[in-house]
Design a binder for this molecule. Structure first.
Ligand code: AMP
Length: 397
């Protein structure tokens, strides 16, 4: 159980409530191309509006590196939010975020009004968690709510610093849901508990692998990171992604799995090619069969069956990272097979943000999963067993 205050524990009627959302949405020529993060923020916003709060929203967007960048303005999000909520969301277009526009807009607010501040990362102090910007943000509000799971692994002014200068600080519904799904899976899983890891690099997931080996019944590794493990098994991997300085670590992890009785599954065959592109000849080879000038871009057919079988009778499955270069149609089959297997199992299925979340949504399996995390980096840190600063900073119950 979450021991942090939530929106259900506080009274907000007539109060000014600053909500840190994760509106870090992909934009193309000023248009939002995926609004999942906006939709995910709605339950908290609607609850606060229903309770008669004055709702002040803030978020970062991209990496403007501490200065105003018009292409990273949150203005398109205000427009879209107005459409979705059916009310006028006032955009406070201040280059220094908490300027005259923001102050005036907030002063004019009535209960049930919504104001969106400019990109918090326009301010240089934001990512350094410096006190003056934290105080500026807090000066607008009585209560702070952190609903930005995707930024919860960062100790910034708008996620951590601000909590010190408000009357009350709580988590929002999205944050609560993320923590409960990921927390239950990691700390109190229904078994069998299977974790599937993929993506490019072992280095990015070193602590995840180590921590999950203490928790799971089965650990599956595919994607680019599998070749370092295959090398540790004694197989040649040709031009495939290989982190030679992690081969010893890979061996250690395989020994740890054995000692703990964890079923550790690696690819048994690989789809290989000679060029890193979609339209190029490819073939499937068994382990040991990758020739010197070939590289693996996907898991093979036999591996897809083994991985899919492993989740059939699972009760909890966590998946982070694609099984191959899923951006190329010819090498997306392993990732599709895993997504399909997860869509079919009765297990609680949790997708750990980032590329695997994108893959599941693009492939049309989004509504078949129990939970798709909105935070790639944050969910990985969670799986590492770390506490998230953005969660730690809010009030305890
Ligand atoms: P990550 O950000 O670590 O989750 O890695 C995701 C990226 O890994 C995607 O862009 C994939 O294209 C890439 N990837 C997955 N498998 C392979 C592979 N076998 N070779 C090269 N890149 C891969």
């Amino acid at each position: 159980m979450l021991n942090k205050k939530t929106v259900d524990d506080i009274s907000v009627k007539g109060k000014k409530v600053l909500v840190r959302c994760d509106f870090n949405v992909p934009l193309k020529e000023g248009k939002i191309t995926d609004e999942n993060r906006i939709v995910a923020a709605l339950p908290t916003i609607k609850k606060l509006l229903a309770d008669g709060a004055k709702v002040i929203l803030c978020s970062h967007l991209g990496k403007p590196k501490g200065e105003p960048k018009p292409e990273l303005s949150l203005a398109p999000v205000a427009t879209r939010l107005s459409e979705i909520l059916g009310i006028d969301v006032v955009f406070a277009a201040d280059d220094n975020v908490v300027g005259e526009n923001a102050k005036n807009a907030v002063a004019d607010m009535k209960d049930g009004d919504v104001v969106l501040l400019q990109n918090t990362r326009y301010r240089n102090e934001e990512t350094k968690n410096e006190e003056n910007f934290s105080k500026d943000l807090a000066s607008l509000a009585d209560v702070f709510i952190n609903d930005a799971f995707g930024a919860a692994h960062r100790a910034h002014c708008s996620t951590v610093g601000v909590t010190q200068f408000v009357e009350e600080a709580a988590v929002g519904y999205l944050m609560q849901k993320e923590i409960e799904y990921l927390g239950n899976a990691v700390n109190n899983p229904q078994r069998p508990f299977v974790a599937i890891l993929g993506g490019a690099k072992v280095t990015d997931k070193i602590n995840v692998i180590n921590n999950l080996l203490d928790k799971v019944d089965t650990l599956i590794i595919g994607g680019g990171m599998a070749y370092t493990f295959m090398k540790a098994q004694g197989h040649e991997v040709g031009k495939s992604l290989l982190e030679i300085d992690r081969v010893d670590y890979a061996r250690e992890m395989m020994e740890k799995a054995k000692a703990k009785g964890v079923n550790f599954l690696l690819p048994v065959d690989t789809v290989v090619t000679q060029e890193f592109k979609n339209d190029t000849p490819f073939k499937t080879v068994p382990n040991g069969g990758i020739e010197a000038d070939w590289e693996g871009l996907d898991i093979g057919e036999e591996t897809r069956k083994i991985f899919a079988d492993a989740v059939k009778d699972a009760k909890t499955v966590i998946w982070n990272g694609p099984m191959g270069v899923f951006e190329f149609e010819n090498f997306a089959k392993g990732t599709i097979a895993v997504a399909e297997a997860l869509a079919q199992t009765d297990a609680t299925t949790i997708i750990g943000g980032g590329d695997s979340a994108a893959a599941v949504n693009i492939l049309g399996f989004g509504d078949k999963m129990s939970h798709i995390s909105t935070g790639g980096g944050a969910s990985l840190e969670f799986l590492e067993g770390k506490e998230l600063p953005g969660v730690v900073a809010v009030d305890n119950k």
